[in-house]
Design a binder for this molecule. Structure first.
Ligand code: DC
Length: 223
């Protein structure tokens, strides 16, 4: 029996993709990859090195520097290392959230990360969440899900998470960032956020995490 499983979870920001992907990864003993963390890592790099300043990107210098960028996701902890430094906390800062969609729209960035993401699918498979996993990264994934939820519900969840981490922000700021990112992610030319034709759509607005988990397991095991 071939037990390799590739599970792709795509969808809008803060719909619970990573939480559910982690639960599935534990349940099926598969590695979990948060592809958004990789895009956030590249964005942090562009900001820290000064390639992205006042919303202007020095594309030539950035493209050149990208070749020397090393990103590593620690499989057990999910921690992200950028040129050897653990940047797991920094990539969640609002400054990174505000610029990540701009960086994620660049074809040079998507090509750079596409290769890395494909190399992460080992013999046993994996659970990966993002925006283009079922459409571009793993179009032949065994299981594909597409998460949606009402913007206000998503913003409230994200706002509470950020507050719990001690970050200063308002509900409106969080809501505006989510709406802006969804628009940019859906309208970009390369690998836009969209539901794969064969993905199952899951609306997480009115259901608990455990209910979604039970539903996903049922779908996966039935296939
Ligand atoms: O999952 P996240 O919200 O941390 O992702 C941050 C951003 O990265 C998201 O707004 C768009 C981009 N992204 C992407 O373009 N493609 C992916 N597969 C994952 C994330």
């Amino acid at each position: 029996m071939n037990s390799r499983k590739v599970i792709a979870i795509d969808g809008y920001a803060s719909t619970g993709k990573s939480t559910l992907a982690k639960m599935l990864s534990r349940h099926y003993h598969l590695p979990f990859i948060d592809s958004g963390a990789l895009y956030r890592g590249v964005t942090l790099f562009a900001l820290e090195k000064g390639f992205l300043k006042d919303n202007e990107l020095d594309q030539k210098a950035f493209n050149g520097a990208l070749k020397g960028l090393s990103l590593r996701l620690e499989p057990d902890t999910g921690d992200l290392y950028l040129n050897g430094e653990n940047v797991s906390q920094k990539i969640r800062l609002p400054q990174v959230s505000d610029h990540v969609s701009t960086i994620a729209a660049l074809s040079v960035v998507r090509e750079f990360l596409l290769l890395q993401q494909r190399q992460m699918a080992h013999e046993n498979g994996l659970v990966m969440d993002g925006r283009d996993i079922g459409t571009v990264v793993f179009p032949n994934a065994d299981h594909k899900f597409f998460f949606t939820a009402r913007p206000e519900v998503r913003a409230q969840r994200r706002y509470e998470e950020l507050k719990a981490q001690g970050q200063e922000t308002t509900f409106e700021e969080v809501l505006n960032n989510l709406i802006h990112r969804d628009q940019t992610d859906s309208s970009r030319e390369v690998a836009p956020l969209r539901k794969a034709d064969d993905a199952i759509e899951i609306d997480t607005s009115e259901v608990t995490t455990n209910q979604v988990f039970a539903h996903l397991i049922e779908k996966i095991d039935a296939k």
